[in-house]
Design a protein around this ligand. Structure first.
Ligand code: ADP
Ligand code: X2W
Length: 299
């Protein structure tokens, strides 16, 4: 067999290996939280969008919930304010809220544009549209941090309707309270609330670190399988900081409320989503309930 033919056969083999995963997730909802560096780097952005589009085209039902924290901070700085975070949440006064909503709206439409370019119908909505995300004011450690929302209600019907009509929903983390004031929602919180509401099969957080470390200073301490009680202990013992705190809390919340699979993936790895879903490589950190394993039986 010549070298060319072997290359084609290898490609065919990759597709065949994906078959059981395609069957397992067929018509299942997968929520992808898209944030961190993978949003800033244009090549990575293209690859993430390609991955999600491919998931859609092979019969999954993906929903993208995006962040844009770095972009918001850039623009907050440009208008002469200083970005401020408490426990991974942005302190959001009225001016910051205005900037955040503008930036997130722009990010949302640019993602729609990328997906549409690949021939898949995408609809970009914020949590304001159709009352998708209703919030209460969220405090951080008892402290008032401004217009930061805690999701209290998700209108899942909008998402079901869009999926039913074969659209790829792309959600930006802005919502309203009962008095129709605008709130900034941490995108991890929004993704978790949505995954719970639609009973997603999988929730994948794409971020800019390999996964959860026991010791953030030591890459050798990356945790591949993290059980809920272990995660709680890591947080209580102070091993988790910054934006990883709300992320891990949301992972636990999702897994304890009916989302079957929850993963933190390194969005800097090209095609990390495809690798996680279609191969047995076990990248990133899987958050698990009880004794289950991140690997499916028979793998
Ligand atoms: N134990 C830990 N393991 C991994 N990351 C951690 C840990 N503690 C703190 N972090 C920080 O959390 C960050 C991820 O959160 P964040 O920057 O908010 O991600 P995103 O923007 O993707 O939501 C990492 O880049 C890292 O600096
Ligand atoms: C309240 C709060 O913190 N909101 C976030 C919303 C965007 C976000 O979460 O973006 P990433 O996922 O890219 O970090 C913020 O203003 O940065």
């Amino acid at each position: 067999m010549n070298e060319n033919m072997q290359q084609y056969l290898d490609k065919a083999q990759v597709l065949i290996e994906a078959l059981p995963y395609i069957q397992r997730f067929n018509r299942k909802i997968i929520v992808v939280k898209y944030g961190g560096s993978a949003m800033v780097d244009e090549d990575l952005k293209k690859q993430v969008i390609e991955d999600v589009t491919l998931l859609k085209l092979v019969g999954f039902k993906p929903i993208i919930v995006h962040g844009g924290g770095k972009e918001i901070s850039k623009w907050v700085g440009k208008v002469g304010m200083e970005p401020q975070f408490i426990n991974g949440l942005r302190v959001t006064d009225a001016d910051t809220m205005e900037v955040a909503e503008m930036v997130l709206g722009k990010v949302n439409k640019s993602l729609v544009q990328h997906v549409e370019e690949l021939g898949v119908r995408a609809i970009g909505i914020s949590g304001k549209d159709g009352g998708l995300l209703r919030v209460d004011k969220k405090l951080s450690g008892g402290e008032d941090i401004g217009f930061v929302g805690e999701v209290k209600k998700v209108n899942a019907d909008i998402l079901y309707d869009l999926l039913e009509k074969d659209f790829l929903p792309i959600v930006c983390p802005v919502g309203m309270d009962d008095d129709f004031n605008t709130y900034n929602i941490n995108a991890d919180d929004a993704a978790c609330a949505i995954a719970r509401a639609v009973k997603a099969e999988k929730l994948a957080f794409l971020t800019d670190i390999e996964g959860v470390y026991k010791d953030p200073e030591d890459p050798k301490t990356l945790i591949s399988e993290l059980r809920v009680d272990e995660a709680q202990k890591l947080m209580a013992d102070g091993y988790i900081g910054g934006g990883m705190l709300p992320k891990l809390q949301n992972c636990i919340d999702a897994i304890e409320n009916g989302v079957s699979r929850v993963h933190i993936l390194d969005g800097r790895i090209p095609h990390c989503l495809l690798l996680e879903i279609f191969t047995n490589r076990g990248i990133g950190t899987a958050i698990l309930n009880g004794e289950e394993s991140r690997y499916y039986h028979g793998e």
